[in-house]
Design a protein. Structure first.
Length: 614
């Protein structure tokens, strides 16, 4: 297969730019114009072609036999499909590859990657053509833009060749699949239903603000706000301050952004009140999705490897992985005409992997035999037989089984029970919440033992040791997964009071202090705690991602179109031609195919086939 590496340079201005718009809105805007693009065929010296020549050049390429390489392929790819009707045989993307190779804790812009590898920095003079069309630029500026774009293409090819030496080859298919979700959209949006969501969310926000029962002083004091979060069971993240680490609770901190999307109404309300947000997350999404639907089919933007555990994450200011179940947002999304939308969800995949990985055989056997995994622990906690008819009590059993496996404490358990995430809301005292936590721990001794093993794994990683951990390999501060990918732990540090951190792109050799000792990992957004139970959560999520992604690759190889992935759920569009039910069953079968690297894993799934996403 030939590979064409390309990069577009496009018109932008103060009012019309990617800093103010989503990628989809920018590219589909009537103001969009391509100044030109640089091309490199199979690594040959790049050539620049101005905008008026692009259609002719692209028409000469046999895209059935050609792969396209970009840095941020969603951007260049949507330009190709939307404006030039070009869809290559395969997509390569160095931005996606960088998240796996270098980790999510570093800046992976093309300029940052160039510095990382000792290459010449980007040279495109953006300031010189801001707000100007190509014909308005003088010859010198045009040449600077053309040469800078060619240099970017050369950088992308150079970095691509470096990445290929260690990147898992099977994962390239998943990058291609991810890019096509965005560049070849098919989903439709119900504009009227999205407008209804916006109005209802406004009222819900007003009601929520009245219910959280905190004062203005509580919200303005950083220390008091942290106390409120910790009392609700939230593990607060920290970032570098002037002389010490401070809570990451500014509106620009990712930790705070995550709180705005928390499943718990109280926690979400605290964050909204602290930041004085004018609209809820669902309001903002309804607005963006509504305008997107108005422009045509809805591109699904996911970041390949966007999460530390190599899972996908949301992007382009619309998180397609976190549309609340049962919500009208989900119901507003539908399949294209002549198709149905199949959604298949792996049942309790993390819980199943956790118990098998730990050797908690009685729980694994519950899954194998199809027994309800929640009534047993609920009966143990309540001291009487619980059945499926006992909705609240079974919900507490479900919460215990699904949330306590990664070290959940009493405060968090109490807050989650109150939110009703696993069944009817249940108001527990802290003592009652602790009873549920302790019940889980004495009924799951192998899981608790796995946490202790993970504590040792942290020490071994810090010592740069190499050892096997079930289907995983720990080596060079990485945990290698069965797909050849890995989770990166190079920023793992033990804090014991004040300690000096070596300078890098995130800090400058200051002496930083933490409120308590323990393992911490540095992310792009601050310092996050790490401990045995959390490491277990990391590796279980990563293994669940491998199960899911390997199934996705097989479904795509069968010629079926995947349009979204939500952690443990996949969405596929199936043609309504009499074969849709057979295709649906095939997808479910592939989702539950037992992986060779964990042959005793009992898998199950649930599915829905219909016109709408929900």
């Amino acid at each position: 297969m030939d590979i064409v590496c390309l990069d577009f340079e496009t018109f932008f201005s103060k009012e019309y730019s990617l800093s103010k718009m989503t990628t989809e809105a920018y590219i589909r805007d009537p103001r969009f114009v391509a100044h030109g693009a640089a091309f490199s065929w199979n690594g040959a010296p790049p050539q620049w072609f101005p905008g008026h020549n692009l259609r002719g050049i692209l028409n000469q390429l046999d895209m059935r036999q050609t792969g396209v390489l970009c840095h941020h392929a969603q951007f260049d790819g949507l330009i190709l499909s939307h404006h030039y009707n070009v869809r290559p045989a395969f997509w390569f993307d160095t931005l996606s590859m960088a998240r796996q190779v270098l980790g999510t804790h570093v800046n992976i812009s093309l300029d940052s990657l160039a510095r990382h590898y000792g290459l010449a920095a980007k040279q495109v003079p953006y300031a010189l053509f801001k707000g100007k069309h190509w014909h308005a630029l003088d010859d010198v500026t045009q040449k600077m833009v053309a040469d800078g774009c060619c240099h970017d293409v050369a950088l992308t090819w150079n970095i691509f060749r470096r990445f290929l030496s260690e990147f898992p080859r099977d994962e390239l298919k998943l990058i291609d699949l991810t890019i096509r979700m965005f560049t070849e959209p098919v989903l439709r949006g119900d504009i009227n239903l999205l407008a209804k969501v916006w109005k209802e969310e406004q009222q819900r926000k007003e009601d929520l603000m009245e219910s959280i029962d905190v004062t203005a002083d509580d919200l303005q004091s950083a220390a008091r706000f942290v106390e409120l979060l910790e009392a609700a069971g939230v593990e607060v993240e920290y970032k570098n301050g002037t002389a010490q680490l401070i809570p990451a609770i500014a509106k620009t901190d990712q930790f705070m952004r995550d709180l705005l999307e928390d499943d718990d109404d109280y926690i979400r309300g605290l964050a909204q009140a602290r930041l004085g947000v004018r609209s809820t997350i669902d309001q903002t999404r309804a607005n963006r999705l509504g305008w997107m639907a108005n422009r045509g089919a809805m591109p699904v933007y996911l970041k390949y490897g966007g999460a530390h555990t190599t899972r996908w994450s949301g992007g382009d200011k619309v998180n397609w992985q976190n549309l609340r179940r049962g919500s009208d947002l989900r119901k507003s999304i539908s399949a294209p005409e002549g198709y149905l939308l199949a959604t298949i969800d792996l049942s309790q995949i993390e819980c199943r992997i956790l118990n098998l990985f730990a050797g908690q055989e009685d729980k694994v056997d519950d899954f194998r035999q199809g027994r309800d995994p929640y009534v047993g622990i609920a009966s143990e906690a309540y001291g009487r037989e619980i059945t499926k008819e006992d909705k609240a009590e079974r919900g507490m059993g479900k919460q215990s089984e699904l949330s306590c496996g990664f070290g959940c404490g009493a405060e968090r358990f109490q807050a989650t029970a109150k939110s009703g995430n696993y069944g009817p809301p249940v108001h527990l005292t802290l003592e009652e919440a602790n009873h549920f936590v302790q019940t889980y721990r004495y009924t799951h001794p192998a899981v608790v033992g796995l946490w202790r093993t993970a504590d040792q794994a942290l020490i071994q990683m810090d010592r740069m040791a190499s050892w096997r951990w079930g289907p995983l390999l720990i080596e060079n501060r990485r945990i290698y997964l069965p797909n050849g990918g890995w989770i990166n732990y190079e920023t793992l540090n033990w804090f014991n009071g004040d300690m000096k951190i070596e300078g890098n792109q995130f800090n400058d050799n200051r002496v930083l202090s933490l409120p308590d000792q323990g393992w911490r990992m540095q992310t792009r957004f601050g310092w996050s705690k790490m401990y045995g139970a959390k490491l277990v959560e990391n590796v279980v999520q990563a293994m669940a991602r491998v199960v899911m992604s390997q199934a996705m690759a097989r479904i795509a190889d069968a010629g079926l179109r995947i349009v979204n992935s939500e952690h443990d759920k996949v969405a596929v569009v199936l043609k309504q031609d009499g074969t849709e039910n057979e295709a649906f069953e095939f997808c479910k079968w592939e989702m539950t195919r037992v992986p060779s690297w964990m042959p005793d894993l009992p898998l199950a799934c649930e599915g829905h086939l219909g016109e709408r996403y929900e």
